[in-house]
Design a protein around this ligand. Sequence first.
Ligand SMILES: *Cc1c(COP(=O)(O)O)cnc(C)c1O
Length: 394
Amino acid sequence: MSTEHQYQPETNAIRIQTERTWQMEHSTPMFLTSSFCFDTAEEMRATFADETEDNIYTRFSNPNVDEFVQKMCALEGAAAGYATASGMSAVFASFMALLKTGDHLISARSVFGSTHTVITKFLPKWGIAYTYFDVNQPETLEALIKPNTRMIFVETPSNPGLEMVDIAYLSGIAKKHQLILNVDNCFATPVLQKPILAGADLVTHSATKWIDGQGRVLGGVVVGRQDLIKEIYAFCRSTGPAMSPFNAWVLSKSLETLHIRMERHAASALSLAQSLESNPHLQWVKYPLLPSHPQYAIALQQMTGGGGIVCFELKGGVERGARFLNALKMLSLTANLGDSRSIASHPASTTHGKLTDAERMAVGITPGLIRISVGLENVRDILHDIEQALDHSK
Ligand SMILES: *Cc1c(COP(=O)(O)O)cnc(C)c1O
Protein backbone atom coordinates (compact mmCIF):
# COMPACT_ATOMS: atom_id res chain seq x y z
CA MET A 1 0.00 0.00 0.00
CA SER A 2 1.54 3.30 -1.04
CA THR A 3 0.38 6.30 0.93
CA GLU A 4 1.49 9.61 -0.43
CA HIS A 5 2.05 12.19 2.29
CA GLN A 6 -0.69 14.86 2.22
CA TYR A 7 0.39 18.33 3.30
CA GLN A 8 -1.55 20.10 6.04
CA PRO A 9 -3.55 23.22 5.02
CA GLU A 10 -1.07 25.73 6.49
CA THR A 11 1.70 24.06 4.51
CA ASN A 12 -0.33 24.23 1.30
CA ALA A 13 -1.02 27.93 1.95
CA ILE A 14 2.75 28.43 1.89
CA ARG A 15 4.05 25.83 -0.55
CA ILE A 16 1.54 25.92 -3.43
CA GLN A 17 3.40 28.09 -5.90
CA THR A 18 3.49 29.07 -9.56
CA GLU A 19 6.14 27.07 -11.37
CA ARG A 20 9.60 28.66 -11.11
CA THR A 21 10.79 30.57 -14.18
CA TRP A 22 14.32 30.20 -15.63
CA GLN A 23 15.38 33.02 -13.27
CA MET A 24 15.10 30.53 -10.35
CA GLU A 25 13.31 33.03 -8.10
CA HIS A 26 12.23 31.82 -4.64
CA SER A 27 9.19 34.07 -4.24
CA THR A 28 6.61 34.07 -7.05
CA PRO A 29 7.14 37.10 -9.34
CA MET A 30 4.28 39.37 -10.36
CA PHE A 31 2.90 38.54 -13.78
CA LEU A 32 1.66 42.04 -14.57
CA THR A 33 0.63 41.32 -18.12
CA SER A 34 -2.74 41.70 -19.81
CA SER A 35 -2.14 38.92 -22.30
CA PHE A 36 0.13 35.97 -23.09
CA CYS A 37 2.11 35.11 -26.25
CA PHE A 38 2.05 32.12 -28.55
CA ASP A 39 4.91 30.88 -30.71
CA THR A 40 2.69 29.84 -33.57
CA ALA A 41 -0.75 30.38 -35.01
CA GLU A 42 -1.46 26.70 -34.45
CA GLU A 43 -0.70 26.92 -30.70
CA MET A 44 -2.92 29.99 -30.46
CA ARG A 45 -5.75 28.22 -32.28
CA ALA A 46 -5.47 25.18 -30.02
CA THR A 47 -5.59 27.29 -26.85
CA PHE A 48 -8.61 29.25 -28.05
CA ALA A 49 -10.27 25.91 -28.86
CA ASP A 50 -9.73 24.84 -25.21
CA GLU A 51 -7.34 22.09 -26.31
CA THR A 52 -4.64 23.41 -23.93
CA GLU A 53 -4.76 25.10 -20.52
CA ASP A 54 -2.37 27.89 -21.56
CA ASN A 55 -3.07 31.47 -20.53
CA ILE A 56 -4.60 33.75 -23.15
CA TYR A 57 -5.71 36.95 -21.45
CA THR A 58 -5.75 38.05 -17.80
CA ARG A 59 -9.54 38.48 -17.73
CA PHE A 60 -9.67 34.67 -18.18
CA SER A 61 -6.63 33.51 -16.19
CA ASN A 62 -3.24 34.66 -14.92
CA PRO A 63 -0.47 32.81 -13.01
CA ASN A 64 -0.75 35.01 -9.89
CA VAL A 65 -4.52 34.69 -9.81
CA ASP A 66 -4.32 30.92 -10.38
CA GLU A 67 -1.87 30.53 -7.51
CA PHE A 68 -4.25 32.37 -5.18
CA VAL A 69 -7.23 30.29 -6.35
CA GLN A 70 -5.33 27.01 -5.99
CA LYS A 71 -4.42 27.87 -2.42
CA MET A 72 -8.02 28.82 -1.60
CA CYS A 73 -9.28 25.54 -3.09
CA ALA A 74 -6.77 23.59 -0.99
CA LEU A 75 -7.76 25.49 2.16
CA GLU A 76 -11.51 25.13 1.65
CA GLY A 77 -11.37 21.57 0.30
CA ALA A 78 -12.92 22.72 -3.00
CA ALA A 79 -12.62 21.22 -6.47
CA ALA A 80 -12.37 24.54 -8.33
CA GLY A 81 -12.57 28.31 -7.96
CA TYR A 82 -12.49 31.73 -9.60
CA ALA A 83 -11.06 34.93 -8.10
CA THR A 84 -12.80 38.26 -8.54
CA ALA A 85 -12.03 41.95 -8.07
CA SER A 86 -13.94 42.19 -4.77
CA GLY A 87 -16.04 40.15 -2.39
CA MET A 88 -19.20 41.65 -3.86
CA SER A 89 -18.28 40.61 -7.39
CA ALA A 90 -17.80 37.04 -6.07
CA VAL A 91 -21.24 37.06 -4.42
CA PHE A 92 -22.87 38.76 -7.43
CA ALA A 93 -21.28 36.37 -9.94
CA SER A 94 -22.39 33.35 -7.89
CA PHE A 95 -25.98 34.63 -8.20
CA MET A 96 -25.93 35.80 -11.82
CA ALA A 97 -24.17 32.76 -13.22
CA LEU A 98 -26.48 30.24 -11.55
CA LEU A 99 -29.89 31.96 -11.30
CA LYS A 100 -32.19 32.99 -14.13
CA THR A 101 -35.46 34.85 -14.56
CA GLY A 102 -38.21 32.99 -12.73
CA ASP A 103 -35.87 31.45 -10.15
CA HIS A 104 -36.18 31.93 -6.42
CA LEU A 105 -33.39 32.48 -3.88
CA ILE A 106 -33.72 31.86 -0.14
CA SER A 107 -31.25 33.90 1.90
CA ALA A 108 -30.53 34.48 5.55
CA ARG A 109 -31.90 37.91 6.52
CA SER A 110 -28.64 38.77 8.29
CA VAL A 111 -26.28 39.39 5.38
CA PHE A 112 -23.69 42.03 4.53
CA GLY A 113 -25.28 45.40 3.54
CA SER A 114 -24.28 45.30 -0.14
CA THR A 115 -25.42 41.67 -0.44
CA HIS A 116 -28.79 42.78 0.94
CA THR A 117 -28.90 45.50 -1.76
CA VAL A 118 -28.08 43.00 -4.54
CA ILE A 119 -30.76 40.56 -3.33
CA THR A 120 -33.53 43.10 -2.75
CA LYS A 121 -32.85 45.78 -5.41
CA PHE A 122 -31.04 44.15 -8.33
CA LEU A 123 -32.06 40.47 -8.52
CA PRO A 124 -35.76 41.46 -8.77
CA LYS A 125 -34.90 43.59 -11.85
CA TRP A 126 -34.05 40.35 -13.64
CA GLY A 127 -37.14 38.59 -12.29
CA ILE A 128 -35.25 36.61 -9.64
CA ALA A 129 -37.38 36.45 -6.49
CA TYR A 130 -36.10 36.08 -2.93
CA THR A 131 -37.34 35.14 0.52
CA TYR A 132 -35.43 35.90 3.71
CA PHE A 133 -35.34 33.47 6.61
CA ASP A 134 -34.38 34.06 10.21
CA VAL A 135 -31.17 32.19 11.09
CA ASN A 136 -32.41 31.99 14.68
CA GLN A 137 -35.23 29.78 13.36
CA PRO A 138 -33.61 27.55 10.72
CA GLU A 139 -36.47 25.06 11.10
CA THR A 140 -38.70 27.60 9.28
CA LEU A 141 -36.57 27.43 6.14
CA GLU A 142 -37.88 24.24 4.56
CA ALA A 143 -41.46 25.59 4.40
CA LEU A 144 -40.16 28.54 2.29
CA ILE A 145 -38.90 26.30 -0.51
CA LYS A 146 -40.91 26.65 -3.73
CA PRO A 147 -40.78 24.64 -6.96
CA ASN A 148 -38.60 27.40 -8.51
CA THR A 149 -36.17 27.72 -5.56
CA ARG A 150 -32.60 27.20 -6.79
CA MET A 151 -30.24 28.40 -4.07
CA ILE A 152 -29.85 28.96 -0.33
CA PHE A 153 -27.43 31.75 0.61
CA VAL A 154 -26.10 32.33 4.12
CA GLU A 155 -23.35 34.23 5.88
CA THR A 156 -22.07 32.55 9.06
CA PRO A 157 -21.04 34.22 11.31
CA SER A 158 -22.92 37.21 9.89
CA ASN A 159 -21.65 40.76 9.51
CA PRO A 160 -22.11 42.58 11.85
CA GLY A 161 -24.52 40.64 14.10
CA LEU A 162 -22.35 37.48 14.48
CA GLU A 163 -25.38 35.24 13.94
CA MET A 164 -24.57 31.65 13.05
CA VAL A 165 -26.36 28.87 11.26
CA ASP A 166 -25.68 25.14 11.24
CA ILE A 167 -24.15 24.50 7.79
CA ALA A 168 -24.55 20.71 7.96
CA TYR A 169 -28.27 21.10 8.79
CA LEU A 170 -28.77 23.46 5.82
CA SER A 171 -26.82 21.10 3.60
CA GLY A 172 -29.26 18.29 4.46
CA ILE A 173 -32.19 20.46 3.36
CA ALA A 174 -30.38 21.66 0.24
CA LYS A 175 -29.54 18.12 -0.85
CA LYS A 176 -33.08 16.86 -0.19
CA HIS A 177 -34.52 19.59 -2.46
CA GLN A 178 -31.59 19.73 -4.92
CA LEU A 179 -30.70 23.33 -4.07
CA ILE A 180 -27.29 24.98 -4.23
CA LEU A 181 -26.00 25.87 -0.75
CA ASN A 182 -23.85 29.00 -1.05
CA VAL A 183 -21.98 30.16 2.09
CA ASP A 184 -20.18 33.48 2.60
CA ASN A 185 -17.24 32.36 4.79
CA CYS A 186 -15.63 35.80 5.09
CA PHE A 187 -15.80 36.11 8.89
CA ALA A 188 -14.42 32.67 9.77
CA THR A 189 -11.94 32.12 6.91
CA PRO A 190 -11.06 28.51 5.99
CA VAL A 191 -8.72 28.45 8.98
CA LEU A 192 -11.64 28.43 11.41
CA GLN A 193 -14.48 26.95 9.36
CA LYS A 194 -14.73 24.78 6.22
CA PRO A 195 -18.30 24.95 4.86
CA ILE A 196 -17.62 22.57 1.95
CA LEU A 197 -16.63 19.79 4.35
CA ALA A 198 -19.97 20.41 6.11
CA GLY A 199 -21.82 19.99 2.80
CA ALA A 200 -21.90 23.44 1.17
CA ASP A 201 -21.72 23.55 -2.66
CA LEU A 202 -20.12 26.99 -2.95
CA VAL A 203 -18.10 29.24 -0.66
CA THR A 204 -17.71 32.96 -1.34
CA HIS A 205 -15.17 35.26 0.26
CA SER A 206 -14.29 38.88 0.52
CA ALA A 207 -10.50 38.47 0.41
CA THR A 208 -10.32 42.16 1.27
CA LYS A 209 -10.83 41.30 4.93
CA TRP A 210 -8.89 38.67 6.92
CA ILE A 211 -7.30 37.08 3.86
CA ASP A 212 -5.47 40.30 2.95
CA GLY A 213 -5.24 41.02 6.67
CA GLN A 214 -3.55 44.38 6.34
CA GLY A 215 -6.18 46.53 4.66
CA ARG A 216 -4.31 46.93 1.37
CA VAL A 217 -6.23 45.48 -1.59
CA LEU A 218 -9.74 44.42 -2.62
CA GLY A 219 -10.41 40.88 -3.72
CA GLY A 220 -12.96 38.10 -3.77
CA VAL A 221 -13.12 34.43 -4.58
CA VAL A 222 -15.72 31.75 -5.08
CA VAL A 223 -14.77 28.09 -4.71
CA GLY A 224 -16.76 24.87 -4.78
CA ARG A 225 -18.27 22.24 -7.04
CA GLN A 226 -16.57 21.91 -10.43
CA ASP A 227 -19.83 22.07 -12.44
CA LEU A 228 -20.97 25.25 -10.67
CA ILE A 229 -17.57 26.96 -10.93
CA LYS A 230 -17.56 26.17 -14.65
CA GLU A 231 -20.71 28.26 -15.07
CA ILE A 232 -19.36 31.03 -12.83
CA TYR A 233 -16.11 31.06 -14.85
CA ALA A 234 -18.03 31.29 -18.13
CA PHE A 235 -20.04 34.23 -16.75
CA CYS A 236 -16.98 36.05 -15.36
CA ARG A 237 -14.75 35.41 -18.35
CA SER A 238 -17.19 37.34 -20.53
CA THR A 239 -18.42 39.98 -18.08
CA GLY A 240 -15.03 40.94 -16.64
CA PRO A 241 -14.91 41.06 -12.78
CA ALA A 242 -11.40 39.50 -12.84
CA MET A 243 -8.97 39.94 -9.94
CA SER A 244 -5.91 42.02 -10.81
CA PRO A 245 -2.62 40.03 -10.84
CA PHE A 246 -1.09 42.56 -8.45
CA ASN A 247 -3.88 42.01 -5.91
CA ALA A 248 -3.62 38.25 -6.41
CA TRP A 249 0.12 38.40 -5.67
CA VAL A 250 -0.54 40.36 -2.46
CA LEU A 251 -3.35 38.00 -1.39
CA SER A 252 -1.41 34.84 -2.16
CA LYS A 253 1.46 36.15 -0.02
CA SER A 254 -1.07 36.93 2.72
CA LEU A 255 -2.31 33.34 2.72
CA GLU A 256 1.18 32.25 3.82
CA THR A 257 0.47 33.84 7.21
CA LEU A 258 -3.32 33.37 7.40
CA HIS A 259 -3.17 30.49 9.88
CA ILE A 260 -0.94 32.16 12.43
CA ARG A 261 -2.78 35.46 12.03
CA MET A 262 -6.23 33.95 12.53
CA GLU A 263 -5.08 32.04 15.58
CA ARG A 264 -3.86 35.28 17.15
CA HIS A 265 -6.90 37.35 16.05
CA ALA A 266 -9.21 34.68 17.52
CA ALA A 267 -7.25 34.27 20.78
CA SER A 268 -7.17 38.05 21.34
CA ALA A 269 -10.86 38.42 20.43
CA LEU A 270 -11.89 35.70 22.89
CA SER A 271 -9.86 37.23 25.69
CA LEU A 272 -11.23 40.71 24.89
CA ALA A 273 -14.82 39.40 24.84
CA GLN A 274 -14.32 37.65 28.17
CA SER A 275 -12.85 40.78 29.77
CA LEU A 276 -15.63 43.03 28.47
CA GLU A 277 -18.46 40.74 29.56
CA SER A 278 -18.37 42.15 33.09
CA ASN A 279 -17.97 45.81 32.03
CA PRO A 280 -20.73 47.92 33.64
CA HIS A 281 -21.01 50.23 30.58
CA LEU A 282 -22.19 47.38 28.37
CA GLN A 283 -25.60 45.75 28.05
CA TRP A 284 -24.17 42.63 26.45
CA VAL A 285 -21.13 41.27 24.62
CA LYS A 286 -21.41 38.91 21.65
CA TYR A 287 -18.71 36.53 20.43
CA PRO A 288 -19.22 33.07 18.88
CA LEU A 289 -17.19 31.32 21.57
CA LEU A 290 -18.79 32.97 24.60
CA PRO A 291 -21.20 30.49 26.23
CA SER A 292 -23.69 33.41 26.45
CA HIS A 293 -23.96 33.51 22.61
CA PRO A 294 -27.40 32.08 21.72
CA GLN A 295 -25.77 29.86 19.07
CA TYR A 296 -22.69 28.88 21.07
CA ALA A 297 -23.39 25.19 20.35
CA ILE A 298 -23.19 25.84 16.58
CA ALA A 299 -19.85 27.61 16.99
CA LEU A 300 -18.46 24.64 18.94
CA GLN A 301 -19.72 22.24 16.28
CA GLN A 302 -18.47 23.91 13.10
CA MET A 303 -15.76 26.41 14.03
CA THR A 304 -12.30 25.78 15.42
CA GLY A 305 -12.07 29.36 16.70
CA GLY A 306 -14.49 32.26 17.15
CA GLY A 307 -12.89 34.66 14.62
CA GLY A 308 -11.67 38.21 15.12
CA ILE A 309 -14.90 40.17 15.53
CA VAL A 310 -16.42 41.08 18.89
CA CYS A 311 -19.69 43.02 19.21
CA PHE A 312 -21.17 44.77 22.19
CA GLU A 313 -24.14 46.96 23.04
CA LEU A 314 -23.38 50.23 24.82
CA LYS A 315 -25.73 51.51 27.45
CA GLY A 316 -26.90 54.87 26.06
CA GLY A 317 -27.86 54.11 22.46
CA VAL A 318 -26.96 55.94 19.24
CA GLU A 319 -25.52 59.09 20.89
CA ARG A 320 -23.31 57.07 23.23
CA GLY A 321 -22.06 55.14 20.18
CA ALA A 322 -20.77 58.31 18.54
CA ARG A 323 -19.22 59.51 21.82
CA PHE A 324 -17.49 56.15 22.26
CA LEU A 325 -15.90 56.35 18.78
CA ASN A 326 -14.69 59.89 19.51
CA ALA A 327 -13.12 58.79 22.81
CA LEU A 328 -10.96 56.04 21.26
CA LYS A 329 -7.26 56.86 21.07
CA MET A 330 -5.75 53.85 19.28
CA LEU A 331 -8.48 51.91 17.47
CA SER A 332 -9.12 53.13 13.92
CA LEU A 333 -12.45 54.51 12.73
CA THR A 334 -12.68 53.04 9.25
CA ALA A 335 -15.11 51.02 7.13
CA ASN A 336 -12.91 47.93 6.79
CA LEU A 337 -12.41 44.91 9.04
CA GLY A 338 -9.90 42.08 9.25
CA ASP A 339 -6.82 44.29 9.54
CA SER A 340 -3.71 43.95 11.70
CA ARG A 341 -4.88 47.24 13.22
CA SER A 342 -7.95 47.06 15.47
CA ILE A 343 -10.99 48.88 14.13
CA ALA A 344 -14.18 50.09 15.83
CA SER A 345 -17.41 50.79 14.01
CA HIS A 346 -20.90 51.89 14.97
CA PRO A 347 -23.29 50.54 12.30
CA ALA A 348 -26.36 52.54 13.45
CA SER A 349 -24.68 55.88 12.67
CA THR A 350 -22.64 54.73 9.64
CA THR A 351 -23.15 51.68 7.37
CA HIS A 352 -26.79 51.26 8.41
CA GLY A 353 -27.51 54.96 9.08
CA LYS A 354 -30.01 55.23 6.19
CA LEU A 355 -32.26 52.47 7.53
CA THR A 356 -35.17 53.06 9.90
CA ASP A 357 -34.94 51.79 13.48
CA ALA A 358 -37.32 48.95 12.59
CA GLU A 359 -35.24 47.95 9.54
CA ARG A 360 -32.07 47.99 11.64
CA MET A 361 -33.65 45.88 14.36
CA ALA A 362 -34.77 43.30 11.76
CA VAL A 363 -31.11 42.67 10.90
CA GLY A 364 -29.93 42.80 14.52
CA ILE A 365 -28.44 46.32 14.47
CA THR A 366 -29.29 47.77 17.86
CA PRO A 367 -28.72 51.53 18.53
CA GLY A 368 -25.59 51.11 20.65
CA LEU A 369 -24.05 48.21 18.72
CA ILE A 370 -20.27 48.51 18.37
CA ARG A 371 -18.30 46.13 16.16
CA ILE A 372 -14.66 45.62 17.04
CA SER A 373 -12.34 44.03 14.49
CA VAL A 374 -9.63 42.75 16.78
CA GLY A 375 -6.18 43.38 15.31
CA LEU A 376 -2.74 42.00 16.05
CA GLU A 377 -1.66 44.66 18.55
CA ASN A 378 -1.06 43.42 22.11
CA VAL A 379 -4.52 42.60 23.41
CA ARG A 380 -3.86 44.54 26.63
CA ASP A 381 -3.50 47.72 24.57
CA ILE A 382 -6.72 47.00 22.67
CA LEU A 383 -8.62 46.35 25.90
CA HIS A 384 -7.13 49.45 27.52
CA ASP A 385 -8.27 51.72 24.66
CA ILE A 386 -11.81 50.31 24.71
CA GLU A 387 -12.08 50.55 28.50
CA GLN A 388 -10.82 54.15 28.65
CA ALA A 389 -13.21 55.12 25.80
CA LEU A 390 -16.10 53.52 27.71
CA ASP A 391 -15.15 55.49 30.83
CA HIS A 392 -14.87 58.76 28.87
CA SER A 393 -18.08 58.45 26.82
CA LYS A 394 -20.64 58.30 29.64
C1 LIG B 1 -16.93 42.99 3.12
C2 LIG B 1 -17.83 41.84 2.94
C3 LIG B 1 -18.30 41.50 1.66
C4 LIG B 1 -17.97 42.30 0.43
O1 LIG B 1 -16.61 42.29 0.15
P1 LIG B 1 -15.84 43.45 -0.68
O2 LIG B 1 -14.49 42.89 -0.86
O3 LIG B 1 -15.91 44.69 0.16
O4 LIG B 1 -16.59 43.62 -1.96
C5 LIG B 1 -19.10 40.39 1.55
N1 LIG B 1 -19.45 39.66 2.64
C6 LIG B 1 -19.01 39.96 3.88
C7 LIG B 1 -19.42 39.13 5.03
C8 LIG B 1 -18.18 41.06 4.07
O5 LIG B 1 -17.77 41.38 5.31
